[in-house]
Design a protein around this ligand. Structure first.
Ligand code: ADP
Ligand code: MG
Length: 325
């Protein structure tokens, strides 16, 4: 089959881009790599800067060769592996959506756009597997919710953050807690006060306020074609409340318990209903903290640890689910 991987920039491939491209080639497929920021349309024809690498590609190196603007007429499946840049984002997603009407995607555009955020977790994850959560862009509303349980520890994070960025703990009684909630919602009231009423325009930003669930370790589970396919244990580093490997979480191979497996199957099946065939979830059973459908790390993590590579069977299952072949 001919598969197009769409990434942010070909100036440097990441470890997942290289792993998927090389595995697809070794499985006998033809791989084209293009940038998601250069899409165009001529009538109904969607085009993109695409190039076909000769042989193996390297992670953390530029894609060799030139890209040419070409259409997707002979492409069997498209895999979006990065978000478009914010300056072209809206048109890029619209062009991708048009393309998705013509060519199957590993993850459908509507599913990615609507569900690749912590805001959408309740649409897919059963309520008892989510910590108590308020998503709002109003400091007042968030502060009122915080004050319903000021003696417990809360956690705040951006709805579409990544790698643990801006994930703060609100410890009971800390005077920073109000400040952090104000900061995460854009300091809207303070700016209004200073500029005598909104000269700066709408400042509010969304923030997730969530009950903190203490846990020493969590699992990063990869879901493909409606099933869990690989999982790693992340043990939190001393003095850290974030289980991301970017924050020194120690990573090892692990299995799922029967309960975890059932939950992952359930979530994976729900995601399939939205055309989402490849995703990861962060799980500290019984709680799910997030899912990620655009280039989740995990399969690459296993190679760094010299664990068995689950990429070939994952890719086979994905292509079967996407194209029926
Ligand atoms: N409600 C929570 N209780 C305890 N720890 C949490 C909670 N939410 C997030 N975390 C910790 O913070 C890390 C990063 O949060 P996550 O929701 O996965 O966002 P990100 O997209 O930044 O990875 C998680 O891996 C987990 O260790
Ligand atoms: Mg995470």
């Amino acid at each position: 089959m001919r598969i197009a991987l769409l990434i942010g920039t070909t100036a440097e491939l990441d470890s997942c881009h290289a792993l998927y491209a090389n595995t697809l080639v070794s499985e006998g497929h033809e791989v084209w790599i293009g940038t998601v920021n250069g899409l165009s349309s001529l009538g109904t024809e969607i085009r993109c800067p695409l190039g076909k690498p000769d042989g193996t590609v390297e992670a953390f190196a530029p894609l060799p060769g030139k890209l040419e603007q070409r259409d997707f007429a002979d492409i069997d499946a498209v895999w979006v592996l990065n978000y478009p840049h914010p300056s072209v984002e809206e048109a890029a997603w619209q062009l991708l959506w048009c393309l998705n009407q013509q060519v199957p995607f590993v993850n459908d555009v509507t599913g990615i756009l609507m569900l690749n955020t912590k805001t959408a977790l309740p649409a897919v994850v059963p309520p008892r597997h989510l910590p108590r959560t308020l998503v709002s862009n109003s400091f007042t509303e968030l502060w009122d919710e915080y004050q319903t349980a000021p003696d417990t520890t809360w956690l705040i994070k951006p709805p579409a953050g990544d790698a643990g960025a801006d994930v703060y703990l609100l410890e009971p009684g800390a005077s920073n807690n109000r400040v952090l909630l104000q900061s995460m919602t854009g300091n809207a009231a303070i700016t209004d006060l200073l500029t005598k009423g909104g000269l700066m325009g709408l400042r509010n930003r969304y923030c997730v306020l969530q009950e903190y669930v203490p846990h020493p370790e969590e699992k990063r589970v990869l879901l493909a074609a409606g099933r869990p396919v690989a999982q790693q244990l992340h043990r939190l580093a001393p003095g850290e409340h974030r289980g991301n490997t970017a924050h020194r979480a120690q990573c090892t191979d692990t299995e799922l318990t029967a309960d975890e497996h059932r939950l992952c199957l359930d979530i994976a099946e729900q995601l399939l209903r939205h055309g989402l065939r490849f995703a990861s979830i962060d799980l500290a059973y019984p709680y799910v903290f997030e899912f990620n459908m655009v280039n989740p790390g995990g399969l690459d993590e296993r190679l760094d640890l010299a664990l068995p590579d689950r990429t070939p069977q994952t890719i086979r299952a994905l292509l079967k689910a996407v194209t029926g072949r």
